[in-house]
Design a protein around this ligand. Structure first.
Ligand SMILES: Cc1cc2nc3c(=O)[nH]c(=O)nc-3n(C[C@H](O)[C@H](O)[C@H](O)COP(=O)(O)O)c2cc1C
Length: 354
């Protein structure tokens, strides 16, 4: 079923005072959704809001090199939200003010991260276990700044503690501008199905603010079904954007009644080159290391021959990247594997930890 057949509202969406051009957002993926990825995806068109990787609030205020890199942006990298996390209320407040003072236009608070390291210090999904504490933190952040504050969370800690609907309603009363909800519990990690009924319960719990549905959206149909089944006003796509970087562009085509078009070989290889080029602008030679982990996500969609995907996972210099990209163009489509390598690697890959 298409967006029109499902009667989906495809008009721009308001998040607080901001008007976001489309209802298809990029979900934060630590280690991936750096400036280079956001820029190259935006160039393809159709992306609504993008969010940075999560940034530790205390490190942001301390202006650590790592966090400064994570919040780096360019004029074309908009609309953007900066995601912060901490188990300490005062740190969240300080970081939010710090961001507002430097002109950042919206702030997202991470309440969904399941990683032990982050939960152990009271941050990420751990915040969902203490509803009073979570409300106190969020309320103070909202009061401390004038820019829109949003929250990203899971359905709850586990099946017995599905706190997302209650929290969403309370957050709305406190002035939160939107909620993104990944339809799994913390205990599930990345296993099992996304519970769209659970997302729907959050949509029904709030009165006016947009709820952004998230989890396992890989195709246009998934995105449309997520909206039709849950009633969510927007969809955030994470891994699906690495498996098919054109997903937002195609969703935008469908939204205006056009037939979605697939990129040709030149467009695919140019995308790869541009992503790496933007990364070198920010990270120079270190990009070689940072870029390698995209190989397993991009290989199938970009028609990368198996041996060249393997080389892309190990290359050591900018000139070696250029040589590999030339070969990918020359041998485009000569690929035997029919699944993206990044998915085959589960449960040992990064996906397991998130
Ligand atoms: C490698 C990886 C890194 C992630 N990093 C973050 C993060 O920094 N902040 C966050 O809120 N969620 C993070 N997530 C969760 C995603 O934003 C998203 O909720 C989840 O992957 C489900 O959506 P998807 O199926 O579209 O990827 C991460 C997920 C993955 C796989």
């Amino acid at each position: 079923m298409t967006s029109a057949q499902l009667n989906l509202d495809e008009s721009p969406i308001k998040i607080g005072t901001r008007l976001i051009p489309t209802r298809y957002f990029l979900a934060p993926l630590a280690g991936y959704t750096h400036l280079a990825f956001r820029r190259v995806i935006r160039e393809l068109g159709g992306l609504g809001l993008a969010t940075t990787d999560l940034v530790l609030a205390s490190q942001l205020v301390a202006e650590s090199q790592k966090s400064k890199k994570l919040i780096e942006t360019t004029p074309d990298d908009t609309p953007l939200s900066i995601q912060i996390f901490s188990g300490v209320k005062a740190e969240l407040v300080r970081a939010a003010k710090w961001l507002e003072d430097r002109g950042y236009a919206s702030i997202d608070i991470n309440m969904g991260c399941p990683m032990a390291k982050i939960n152990g210090s009271g941050g990420g999904a751990r915040l969902m276990c203490d509803t009073d504490g979570a409300c106190a933190s969020i309320g103070e952040v909202v009061n401390a700044v004038t820019v829109p504050v949003t929250v990203k969370m899971r359905l709850g800690w586990d099946r017995e503690n599905l706190t997302a609907p209650v929290l969403a309603r309370e957050f709305e009363k406190l002035g939160v501008a939107a909620i993104t909800i990944h339809g799994r519990t913390r205990q599930q990690g990345f296993h099992g199905e996304v519970d769209r009924e659970g997302i729907k319960a959050v949509v029904e719990a709030v009165e006016n603010i947009p709820v952004v549905g998230n989890g396992d959206v890989r195709t246009l149909e998934d995105a449309h079904q997520m909206r039709a089944e849950t009633g969510c006003q927007a969809v955030a796509i994470g891994r699906g954007a690495m498996l098919d970087p054109w997903i937002f562009a195609k969703l935008a085509q469908v939204a205006t009644g056009e037939t979605p078009t697939e990129p040709n070989a030149d467009e695919q290889v140019n995308f790869l080159r541009r992503h790496f080029h933007y990364m070198t602008q920010q990270y120079d030679d270190y990009s070689c290391l940072l870029f390698r982990k995209f190989a397993g996500w991009y290989g199938l969609k970009l028609g990368i021959p198996d041996d060249l995907e393997d080389r892309l996972r190990r290359f050591e210099s900018i000139s070696e990247f250029d040589e590999i990209a030339d070969q990918i163009r020359a041998r485009h489509g000569e690929r035997e594997a029919t699944l993206p390598t990044a998915l085959i690697k589960v449960p040992n890959g990064p996906v397991e930890r998130w």
